[in-house]
Every structure is written in structure tokens, then in C-alpha cells.
Design a protein around this ligand. Structure first.
Ligand code: HEM
Length: 557
């Protein structure tokens, strides 16, 4: 280590000569301490490399065959010792970045780092886009911002596909007005679904994961993509889940001749999505009275309609099927495992379950005339303990890595990062970093602690009475929490996803009494252990449980 290139240190060590009369050991100790305190990596230095038995092979092989083990190996290597480590995947040099400050560099628009999102690599393998159309998207290097990235000017505005698509999401999905309206639509649909179930003093049993992935998923899908898609395609959700199951194989990118099964499953699902978008395009009157409504049954939410309108101008039916099939999966395939884990975490901890249930009851309102009960939606969305449970769920059950391409040399954490490399930050490290999440040292970051994000503060009401009340306050900074990615390409559905999840939990907890019975395997037999994440989903967002929870419930109202 070239620590004496550091002028400050060199001066410090020279200055130490005046202490020659001190015992030698004390001087050595002092030098050591100063070295430790004053040394900062130089911008010219390179971070340590992740060791591997066979250079250029072992790490790549481990990454390809067992991503979870690879990330664990990298995490163990950096933990508490380094902020950044480098390794190669094939010939590509990758820098794994950790620590709040360093990760921030990836989230903001740091010159030299270009957002390289998962979506771009999926055009062909997952969206099933024909090669000529992939070319249009690949040619567009102008970025998602209003102004094209430096050096990419000149592409006509109507060919800036990434920007146009991003704008549609920004305007009609992320914007508060629309996110809130879609949430209310979900509330409406989900409430009607629960209304159709009988109030009973008798218990009945159900599988938590099974119920969420069918009932809640259908309601969430209809709130964003309308009812027509389900009505005209019996088995749409089953086809979606089948495709979700083979998505890791598709992402791996092996050609059809090597794995025809996953491609056939995907194509069957996309054919359904294509049939739906083509008939909806034909039936919807884009100049009619519904042209500006927030929701209608053919397309569902306005964001879906606007995307369909724009995509149809530039893309063939095959691409439309792939795009909207993937969009449908985006709407439910992450929210469902997340909602399942949240419910399981509550039900396996009866004390936490009762606390959240009591909190949710404070958002129930009763109509004084009809006696009908409903939820105060704005209130339920801000309940502190419910939000804390949501953050814990996303922190521990979603796994994602932010990638950035290095387009010019850049310095992160004192290290120089080479042009042509890629930089990556992963939730597998950030989300379980004790330094960030367990500052009080009471609950390890690897543990689900429902009240982690609660702070008690003193409040004075209008009458001057003092009370200590719980407030939601995330235990770490936002740069330690990125289940939705970060920067310009952050998930545009994040507000809808969060609100769907809070809403589902609140409605179930308010209207039902629910108790865990036991863990069960896929075939319904009793399991002697809790579920674990399906490891193929590490790095691919919300990780489903590998088994279910059998529970019993009865509807109170
Ligand atoms: C727990 C739930 C969810 C998680 C963890 C999640 C996470 C993510 C992540 C990490 C990305 C990629 C960001 C990037 O490329 O850097 C993404 C993209 C996306 N998400 Fe989500 N998401 C969730 C739910 C939703 C929902 C409910 C919707 C729609 C209502 C949605 C719509 C999208 C869309 C359209 C994209 C692609 C955006 C683009 O092309 O730029 N997501 N999501």
C-alpha cells in the first residue's frame, strides 16, 4: 500500500522524529494510529480485487450459477474493511460500491456515470421485441432527461423513445394525482372483492401466498390495466405467474434452441396481452368522452392507455404483446411477494399483528346514518407502524442492484474508476448494513423488526396537553434503501406499489381476524421450517417465498 505518497502522512512521520527520545514501541504505535487516522485512498489508487481461484473464471462462474453465493462472497469480503471492491465478470470490470456516500454517487447524475437499467438489457430476451425494433431503442442514447445527454444531440424528438416512455410514466403514473387515483381505484375494487366474501363467526383456512397471488393480484391488475384484460383472457394470471417463474431463465439470455420451454410459456402469455391491447385499441374512442378519464375498463389506468397509444404508432403487435405482458408483470410480480411477506411477518408475530391491527382500527370510519364502515384512506396511508412494517418488508425481501456504465474516469470514495467499466450497488449489502440500520445496536439489520422506523416524539394538542406519540421515521438515509432502484430510472410505480400494499394490509387487518396455523410445502404438506427466498430471484427484485403459510380467518364486517 503506497501510504507514504500521502503528503500529510509523510509530514506527520517526519515530524515524529522529534519524539526520538520516546520509547520505540510508543512511536511505532503513534505512527500506526496516525496512519490509520490520516490515510485516505488516493484518486489514482485502485480498490482491492475480489479474490478468485482461477483468474477471470471463478467469479464469473459463481455469478452465473449462484448469484446469491457470489453476492454473499463479495459482501463478506468488503464488510467493515473496504467501501469498494473490483472484480471481473467475463472481461468486464465491475466495481461494487458500498457505503451511503458512495452509493449516492450512483443515484444522482454524476458526470461519467450513465444509468444502465435492467430494462435496456431485456428488450429482446424478455419483451420479445423483433431485432429491427430493438435497434430503434438501442440507437437512442439520449437518455431519459428532457435534454439529450452531451454528445447525443441530433436524434429527432419523436425517436427519443426512452425519454418519451419515461415522460408518459412520469406524467401519468408517478404524478401524485394519478398515483392517488389508481390507489383509490384499487381500494374500490379490493373492497368490493372483500364485500363478496361472507361475514362469519366460523373460521376457514387459506394459503397466504396463494390468496395474495390470485385475489390481491387480480384487483391490483384491474386497477392499473382494466377489467377487459381479465375478462377476455381466462387464465391470464396463471399465464403471468408461469412466465414470472421462467423469467430468470429468460433474463439469463440463452437462445430458444437451448431452452424452448421458457420461450413457449412466455409467448403464450404475450399472445394474450397482444390480443387485449389490439382489441382495446380498436374499441376505444380516442376522441370520445373518455379520452381524458383516469380509469376506464378497456385499458384501466390512463398511464396504460397513453403508453398503448404511443407504442402503437411505432411498434408491431408482437412488441406490444411483449411490452404489455411485461408491464402487467411489473404491476403485480413484485407487489405480490412483498405483500405476502408483509402478511407473513405480521401473522407469525402475534404481538406485532395485534399492534398493527389496533393502529389500523384508528383509520376505520363509520357512517353515522347507514352504519357502513370504510377506511379513511389518507389516514391509513400515513399510519406509522404500518409504514414501518412496509419499509422492513421492502428492506429484507426485495433484492436489486443499481448499475451504472462508466463513460469517463470518475472518482468514487477516493478511488479512480476506469472508463468502460460498470459500477454497481446492491441492496444485498446496503439493506442489511448494521452501521446504517442498527445504530442503537439493539436489533441486527438482518432481522425484521416491525418498529425499527418508529420514533416517539412529544406533541402538544390544541388544549395544551402533552403526549408522546409514535412517528414514522426511516432508520437510515435514503441511499441505504433502494428497492425501487434510484436516480432517473427509479421505478415509476413506486407510489402505487407502496399504497397498494398498505391498503391491502389495512383492509385485511381491519375486516378479518387472522391467525397463523403452520408453514406448508408446495404440495400442502406441513413444513418444518419457515419460508426462504427463492434464490433464483436474488437481484431480480421482490423475492418470493419458497413455501406458504397456512392460516385461518373469519370476516368481521
Ligand atoms: C414491490 C413493488 C415494486 C418494486 C420493488 C419495483 C421495482 C422496480 C425497479 C427496481 C425497477 C427498475 C428501475 C431501474 O431500471 O433502475 C422498476 C421498473 C418499473 N416499474 Fe416497478 N416496482 C414495483 C412495483 C411496480 C408497480 C406496482 C408498477 C406499476 C403500477 C411498476 C411499474 C414499473 C415500470 C413501468 C418500470 C419500468 C420503467 C422504465 O421503463 O423506465 N412497478 N420497478
Amino acid at each position: 500500500m503506497e501510504i507514504f505518497e500521502n503528503a500529510t502522512l509523510r509530514e506527520a512521520s517526519v515530524g515524529l522524529e522529534q519524539y526520538a527520545t520516546l520509547p520505540r514501541l510508543a512511536v511505532v504505535g503513534l505512527v500506526f494510529c496516525l496512519t490509520f487516522l490520516l490515510w485516505r485512498p488516493q484518486a489514482s489508487s485502485q480498490p482491492p480485487s475480489l479474490q478468485e481461484a482461477i483468474p477471470l473464471v471463478s467469479n464469473t462462474y459463481l455469478f452465473m450459477t449462484n448469484k446469491e453465493a457470489f453476492i454473499r462472497k463479495a459482501a463478506d469480503f468488503v464488510r467493515g474493511r473496504f467501501d469498494i471492491v473490483q472484480f471481473r465478470l467475463g472481461l468486464k470490470k465491475i466495481y461494487l460500491v458500498t457505503g451511503e456516500k458512495n452509493v449516492q454517487a450512483l443515484m444522482k447524475s454524476t458526470p461519467g456515470l450513465r444509468a444502465e437499467t435492467g430494462v435496456e438489457t431485456l428488450l429482446e430476451s424478455v419483451w420479445a421485441m423483433p431485432k429491427e425494433e430493438v435497434q430503434h431503442w438501442r440507437l437512442d442514447k439520449t437518455g431519459r432527461g428532457k435534454t439529450p445527454l452531451p454528445g447525443t444531440e441530433g436524434l429527432p424528438d419523436d425517436r427519443r423513445f426512452w425519454y418519451i416512455s419515461h415522460q408518459i410514466y412520469d406524467n401519468y403514473l408517478t404524478a401524485k394525482k394519478y398515483a392517488d387515483n389508481y390507489t383509490l381505484k384499487f381500494y374500490d375494487i379490493f373492497e368490493k372483492h372483500l364485500d363478496s366474501m361472507p361475514v362469519s363467526s366460523e373460521w376457514s383456512t387459506f394459503g397466504v401466498y396463494d390468496w395474495v397471488r390470485h385475489q390481491m393480484a387480480e384487483c391490483a391488475l384491474m386497477s392499473v390495466m382494466g377489467t377487459h384484460i381479465i375478462d377476455m383472457n381466462p387464465g391470464f394470471l396463471d399465464a403471468l405467474w408461469d412466465t414470472d417463474r421462467v423469467t430468470p431463465d429468460l433474463v439469463a439470455g440463452f437462445p430458444r434452441w437451448m431452452q424452448p420451454g421458457p420461450y413457449d410459456i412466455r409467448d403464450k402469455f404475450y399472445a394474450m396481452a397482444r390480443k387485449w391491447v389490439e382489441t382495446s385499441m380498436a374499441q376505444f374512442d380516442f376522441d370520445g368522452p373518455d379520452q381524458d378519464v383516469d380509469w376506464e375498463p378497456l385499458f384501466g389506468a390512463r398511464v396504460t392507455r397513453e403508453q398503448a397509444k404511443w407504442m402503437s404508432q411505432n411498434h408491431c403487435g408482437e412488441t406490444l404483446g411483449g411490452f404489455f405482458g411485461t408491464f402487467a408483470a411489473g404491476v403485480v410480480a413484485n407487489s405480490v411477494p412483498a405483500a405476502t411477506w408483509a402478511l407473513m411477518e405480521l401473522l407469525k408475530d402475534p404481538e406485532l399483528y395485534q399492534e398493527v391491527r389496533a393502529e389500523v382500527q384508528t383509520a376505520v370510519v363509520t357512517d353515522p346514518e347507514t352504519g357502513k364502515r370504510s377506511m379513511n384512506v389518507p389516514k391509513l396511508l400515513t399510519l406509522p407502524l404500518l409504514q414501518s412494517v412496509y419499509v422492513e418488508t421492502m428492506r429484507l425481501h426485495v433484492s436489486y442492484s443499481i448499475f451504472r456504465a462508466v463513460t469517463q474516469p470518475v472518482t468514487i470514495g477516493g478511488y479512480q474508476i476506469e472508463e468502460g467499466a460498470a459500477v454497481l450497488a446492491t441492496t444485498c449489502i446496503a439493506h442489511v448494513d448494521d452501521a446504517a440500520w442498527n445504530a442503537q445496536g439493539t436489533h441486527p439489520a438482518s432481522q425484521f423488526w416491525g418498529a425499527r422506523h418508529i420514533k416517539f416524539v412529544e406533541e402538544v394538542d390544541e388544549k395544551g396537553n402533552k403526549a408522546t406519540v409514535p412517528k414514522f421515521a426511516m432508520a437510515a438515509r435514503p441511499s441505504s434503501f433502494f428497492p425501487y432502484g434510484g436516480g432517473q430510472s427509479i421505478c415509476p410505480g413506486r407510489h402505487v406499489a407502496k399504497q397498494h400494499l398498505l391498503m391491502m394490509l389495512a383492509l385485511l387487518l381491519a375486516r378479518f381476524e387472522i391467525e397463523m396455523i403452520e408453514w406448508v410445502n408446495g404440495d400442502g404438506s406441513k413444513s418444518d421450517r419457515e419460508p426462504e427466498h427463492v434464490s433464483a430471484y436474488v437481484g431480480v427484485l421482490a423475492m418470493p417465498p419458497d413455501r406458504d403459510m397456512k392460516a385461518r380467518w373469519r370476516k368481521m364486517w
